[in-house]
Design a protein around this ligand. Structure first.
Ligand code: NAD
Length: 254
């Protein structure tokens, strides 16, 4: 089950955290992996790890917020079978302390970056007879989270784009779903704790762990396992769905 043998998968942000775990699992299941990364050196390390395990992978250096960089990469890779829109950045702040520059930065990477990759990928998936798309949303798309104004905006857009693409390309055999993790322990989390809670890192880490009723953060491998299912032929009946992967955060926090 869950074989991706013979499939070509593009994973954005595959050099770190959740994207890295997805790249490693998809490669182990037989997919040809194409990582699109701002941090090409990090992507290269994942490629080496995959190649050493006998898999096929390559990294393409790009900023997904720039359509002029994204389109030629997809042309070079194509035709693809799978797109995982994973690359994303964080921002902590409410409406009043989110500047226009903050808002634009989060929008450009998290929303426009995903759009750019969808825009490049969907014609290829259509021409290829179909395929699977997984977008990384967040619980911030589903419930109100303190001090996540711009980030929540961006993940709400991911949630809505997922439904739109799923609906419009039903007839083309393209399935599109999203995953909404609660806190997952990755460099993304360590980075924003270090930046926003200097001197209180451990306290904040424990607090963020306890905010999942299950009592801990998720792991990148747990997200990768769901992404694998959603991109596999076994999930052929699943489209237009968002999957909270959240240790009970959205339903059991009462
Ligand atoms: N970690 C969590 O707790 C958590 C929770 C919910 C949702 N998510 C989402 O999951 C996704 C992955 O998160 P993570 O924790 O693995 O992050 P991470 O910071 O560990 O990795 C993100 C990767 O994306 C790359 N990237 C960033 N901007 C880019 C750009 N403009 N172009 C190309 N690549 C770019 C980075 O270089 C990095 O390698 C994000 O979309 C994030 O919003 C994470």
């Amino acid at each position: 089950m869950f074989s991706l043998s013979g499939k070509k998968a593009v994973i954005t942000g595959g050099g770190s955290g959740i994207g890295k775990a997805i790249a490693l699992v998809f490669a182990a299941q037989g997919a040809e992996i194409h990582i699109i990364e701002l941090n090409a050196a990090a992507g290269e390390q994942v490629v080496t790890q995959i190649q050493e395990a006998g898999g096929y992978a390559t990294v393409h250096s790009a900023d997904i917020s720039q359509q002029a960089q994204v389109l030629p990469i997809f042309s070079q890779i194509g035709p693809i079978d799978i797109l995982v829109n994973n690359a994303g950045i964080a921002h902590v702040g409410n409406l009043e302390n989110t500047t226009e520059a903050d808002f634009d930065r989060i929008y450009n990477v998290n929303v426009k970056g995903a759009y750019n990759c969808l825009y490049a990928a969907v014609p290829q998936l259509k021409a290829n007879g179909g395929g699977a798309i997984v977008n990384l949303a967040s619980i911030a798309a589903l419930v109100g989270i303190t001090d996540r104004f711009a980030y929540s905006m961006s993940k709400g857009a991911i949630f809505a784009m997922t439904l739109s693409v799923a609906r419009d390309y039903l007839a083309h055999n393209i399935r599109c779903n999203s995953i909404s993790p609660a806190r997952v322990h990755t460099p993304f989390v360590d980075g924003f704790i270090a930046k926003n809670y200097a001197g209180k890192e451990q306290e904040m880490f424990d607090k963020l762990s306890r905010s999942q009723p299950i009592g801990r953060m998720g792991t990148p491998d747990e997200v990768a396992a769901l992404a694998l299912y959603l991109c596999s032929d076994e999930a052929g009946f699943v489209t237009g769905c968002d999957y909270p992967l959240d240790g009970g955060f959205t339903k059991l926090n009462n």
